[in-house]
Design a protein around this ligand. Structure first.
Ligand code: ATP
Ligand code: MG
Length: 594
């Protein structure tokens, strides 16, 4: 697998766009009717030509929260529909009653909307549920039985497995394969009528037990599951298998390009088999949808398995699905990622048919590229050390004097105005900005050295105060008169270091959550590895910080660049004016060197 971090050509062209371009120029779908709602052949037969030039779909199973991998699929499917004058259907593939819940439906809809996409197009909503097609699917199953393309098998799961053969060995026919259509139909109706136990029989497609593609060795298409479904309740006790349901969902909805991840490549012949048989029976309209596969997103330092993400939540390793360290959409959102940054990331990584790992930094770079031109700047001190300006009263006439200072809200956007704060006798500086004995190349505070307090005055360090154990408790310095930033002559004294600060008097105390990667292994769960062995113990560090006073009006979800530290967001859950809480989204590209 190769690292494929940036692909500037991605948007301009990818293999899916070429396929769509070719279909449009050939008019593959040009005469396709749309009956105004999903439906069987007759719904679309005499309907007007579809105003949507293409139809794609995003088809999650509502069994968990979406993650950054789903974002790739969302941006791809909704993005293609947008760019080609089509529609992308928001469809829940809710055919698995045990694992699905309304909570997940709601969170998925929220995530897609937040990412910037919607399913209203051509005057109607395109929000669909596979469970709405259960009646049709059962009818389709019966049609296959009647046409001799499906049979009820009463072998046990173990027997079926042992008869399936291997990659090198053909499978063997079930003893039930030769039963008559009438017999299979009767058994299937008994299955539907709850007359048989879970697992006692299944409906199988009758294709070819010797096919080199194991997926064509009479795959199961319906099973008995006496389970309550989150939408259809106890109406059904048989449920269609994914591989059977999915092509039908696509065809009922008149999807043109059904885009899925590479694992489904071997399922494509069955996808086509189902659709062709049902179109031959007159149940589904042609032209039929076609399936295309792309490589799923693998992101370093991240797991994208719903099951494993769930275990992080269930075992309390993270604080919930929306923990800012989670690669879920809700987690990324709470961390401070913007929808635009995620869209930009998806555009840059592009789509291909080759599996690869994308470096996590690609996502962070997209975030910085999005936020740099937008985020208001602020000063913040994350590891505070007190600095006392010992000649303050002498220079300004009083120890209480506060000197007005200002800085641009955004360095490149003067129209966004200035932020105001004050410099007083005591200020907070970063602990690391003082050294009693300066190491080589250290240009910040040490006795005898001058630095500038950013947007303020030049100061000269004179020493420090220590407690009994020798720990530095305060740095001492003298302010140099007439050196205030932006005033005439302020540049008369040249300094090599500029440090950030906030005044003790007007600082806003805040909780700041410094996040790092959740895992220290770039591929935490690859090859069956125990991902818990590589949890990063430093993934969350909480500090009490001091922020410049303009941060008192920060609203939840508002993002800032704390100068020199990186990008931060007011936490959407815990932040309030009374108790400010900020999350570090990511550090700045270049670490602070001066
Ligand atoms: P599971 O099958 O375990 O429930 P899933 O991740 O496949 O999980 P789905 O709800 O079936 O979840 O996924 C919805 C859509 O998102 C599918 O079309 C799937 O192909 C796509 N998808 C899921 N994971 C990724 C990924 N890592 N990269 C790109 N697309 C993905
Ligand atoms: Mg899936």
């Amino acid at each position: 697998m190769s690292a494929d971090n940036s692909n500037p050509e991605a948007h301009a062209g990818n293999f899916l766009r070429s396929i769509i371009d070719a279909d449009l120029s050939r008019g593959t779908y040009a005469q396709r009717g749309w009956g105004g709602a999903p439906g069987a052949a007759r719904t679309h037969a005499d309907a007007p030509v579809d105003a949507a030039r293409i139809r794609t779909r995003f088809p999650p199973e509502p069994n968990g929260y979406l993650h950054v991998g789903h974002a790739k699929s969302i941006c791809l499917n909704f993005g293609l529909a947008r760019d080609y004058g089509g529609v992308c259907h928001m469809r829940f593939d809710d055919t698995n009653p045990e694992k699905e819940e309304q909570e997940y439906v709601d969170s998925i809809l929220d995530a897609v909307k937040w990412l910037g996409f919607g399913w209203d197009a051509f005057g109607q909503s395109h929000l669909y549920f596979a469970s709405d097609y259960f009646d049709f699917m059962a009818t389709a199953a019966e049609a296959l039985i009647n046409a001799g393309h499906a049979y009820v098998d009463e072998q046990s799961a173990d027997q079926m497995r042992s008869m399936r053969g291997t990659l090198t060995e053909a499978g063997r026919d079930s003893p039930y394969r030769a039963r008559t259509a009438a017999d299979s139909l009767a058994r299937f109706r008994e299955m539907r009528a709850a007359q048989h136990a879970d697992g006692s029989m299944v409906l199988r497609a009758k294709i070819d037990m010797a096919s080199p593609n194991i997926n064509l060795r009479d795959p199961a298409i319906y099973r008995i599951r006496k389970a309550t479904h989150h939408r259809t309740g106890d109406q059904w006790c048989v449920y269609p298998m994914y591989a059977f349901a999915h092509p039908i969902e696509d065809a009922l909805e008149r999807v043109t390009h059904s885009i899925c991840t590479l694992e489904f490549e071997d399922q494509r012949p069955f996808y086509d088999w189902v659709l062709a048989r049902l179109a031959d029976c007159g149940l589904l309209a042609r032209p039929l949808p076609r399936q295309y596969e792309f490589a799923r997103l693998n992101l370093t330092y991240v797991m994208t398995s719903k099951r494993r993400l769930k275990s992080l939540v269930d075992e309390g390793i993270v604080q919930g699905w929306d923990d800012p360290r989670m690669p879920t959409i809700v987690g990324l959102r709470r961390r401070g990622y913007t929808p635009e940054a995620i869209q930009l990331f998806c555009e840059r990584i592009g789509v291909s048919k080759a599996d690869s790992w994308i470096d996590y930094s690609t996502l962070e770079i997209a975030l910085r590229d999005d936020l740099d031109p937008k985020a208001a700047r602020a000063m913040a001190v994350l590891a505070p050390l007190k600095l006392k300006l010992t000649n303050w009263a002498y220079v300004f006439g009083s120890t209480d004097h506060m000197e007005d200072c200002s800085a641009p809200v955004h360095p490149h956007l003067p129209q966004r105005g200035q932020r105001n704060f004050k410099l007083g006798q005591e200020v907070w500086i970063e602990n690391e900005d003082f050294a009693e004995v300066a190491p080589k190349g250290f240009f910040r505070l040490f006795p005898g050295n001058k630095v500038r307090l950013k947007y303020g005055y030049v100061i000269e360090c004179t020493g420090c105060e220590k407690n009994e154990s020798g720990k530095v408790e305060a740095v001492l310095a003298r302010v140099v008169a007439d050196t205030k930033s932006g005033t005439p002559g302020s540049g008369s004294i040249k300094v090599k270091g500029v440090i950030t600060w906030v005044s003790v008097q007007d600082a806003l105390a805040a909780e700041v959550r410094l996040y790092e990667r959740l895992f220290s292994d770039p591929q935490p769960d690859a090859g069956g590895k125990d991902f818990k062995a590589s949890l990063n113990p430093h993934s969350l560090k909480t500090v009490m910080a001091y922020l410049e006073p303009s941060m008192a009006s920060a609203l939840p979800d508002q993002r800032f660049q704390f100068e020199r530290h990186g990008y931060f967001v007011a936490d959407r859950v815990d932040h309030s004016a009374a108790r400010p809480v900020f999350n570090r989204i990511t550090t700045l590209k270049d670490s602070y060197t001066k």
